[in-house]
Ligand binder design. Structure first.
Ligand code: PEP
Ligand code: MN
Length: 338
């Protein structure tokens, strides 16, 4: 349920009303927008006396929210949410955020070299996997804690904030001061215990869409994190499984406008895992920016032919340079910048 306040409703009144509403056993979230202030009610709203609320002189209207996601719902929060990964690195504003780096951290030289190159091209977040959730137990599983240390070293060398995937809630303490943003991978989008524990942290979460999940399921996973008190969620579309086998996944470009309409959370696109092959990354990234994405996650490797994971889809330094150059033109055409 959302309560829409009249134009000019005072903050004191909204706070007082929120306290009053909470006596009915629901959580009241006042959201002070530029034009309108709304109070989002979360929980069992059965006991809320709508008629009494409508008699409040500063209440304009009361709407029932049909969707099961509340905190992630744009109706609760009409303005776009901006998630700050590090000072000056904000996802959801005019400036697009490019997160780039290898699929896996492989060595100190590799991660620092890649970090320097992607930074020089305009990436503002370094990505790199330390724990790798691979489809086969015989594939490279990541350098784990050592990989996390190396990411931290690359951060110290370049100043780039780091996003890296967490697969196990027991690792949260270990990750806490080694990364700036937790990545929840597609395979863990519905690992609810992980989501709940991440909801108790205050670090941004890049939540990737599972390859067979609907938009509503995706937003319910964001809701799990937000219900725990962490509203710094970035949604990431990374391709879904369809009947097509030519591409690794099918990039669901419609996810961008749909998620933007359903939710106030920022949306980024990962064209690397969507297409699964290097030459598809640039056109898919351009499409994502044109469709309104707030950022991109792109795999870049110093030597893709010898990468320990996802080499086929990784960009070389030269192709990342070309991609960033063409992305700047598309960003400009849609009123954004990189
Ligand atoms: C990754 O980012 O390297 C990754 C494993 O992605 P996804 O979870 O989207 O497959
Ligand atoms: Mn990968």
């Amino acid at each position: 349920m959302i309560i829409i306040m009249k134009h000019g409703a005072t903050r004191e009144h909204v706070e007082e009303l929120s306290r009053h509403i909470e006596r009915w056993g629901v959580k009241a979230n006042p959201i002070y927008g530029e034009g309108t202030t709304v109070i989002g009610l979360v929980g069992d709203t059965g006991a809320v006396d709508k008629d009494a609320l409508m008699r409040d002189p500063q209440v304009e209207n009361i709407l029932k929210v049909q969707e099961p996601f509340k905190l992630a719902n744009r109706k609760f929060h009409p303005d776009n949410t901006e998630v700050e990964i590090a000072p000056g690195v904000v996802v959801g504003g005019k400036k697009l955020v490019v997160m780039a780096g290898p699929c896996s951290v492989e060595s100190e030289e590799q991660i620092i070299d890649v970090a320097r190159h992607v930074q020089a091209e305009g990436a503002t977040v370094l990505r790199g996997g330390a724990w790798k959730p691979r489809s086969s137990p015989y594939s490279f599983q990541g350098l784990k804690a050592e990989g996390l240390e190396l990411l931290h070293k690359a951060h110290n060398e370049t100043g780039l904030p780091v996003v890296t995937e967490i697969t196990n809630p027991a690792h949260i303490d270990l990750f806490m001061d080694k990364c700036d943003c937790f990545q929840v991978g597609a395979r863990n989008m519905q690992n609810f215990e992980l989501l709940k524990e991440l909801g108790a942290t205050d670090k941004p979460i890049l939540l990737k869409r599972g390859f067979a999940n609907t938009m509503e399921e995706f937003l319910m996973s964001a809701e799990y994190i937000m219900a725990g008190g962490n509203e710094n969620v970035i949604l990431c579309e990374r391709g879904i499984r369809t009947y097509e086998t030519y591409t690794r996944n099918t990039l669901d470009i419609s996810a961008v406008p749909v998620l933007k309409r359903m939710s106030h959370l920022p949306v980024v696109v990962d064209p690397s895992h969507a297409g699964g092959i290097y030459w598809m990354v640039e056109p898919l990234a351009k499409a994502a920016v044109a469709a309104g994405a707030d950022g991109l996650m792109i795999e870049v490797h110093n030597d893709p032919a010898h990468a320990l994971s996802d080499g086929a889809q990784s960009l070389t330094y030269d192709s990342f340079h070309e991609t960033m150059t063409s992305l700047r033109a598309v960003a400009l055409a849609v009123g954004r910048e990189i």
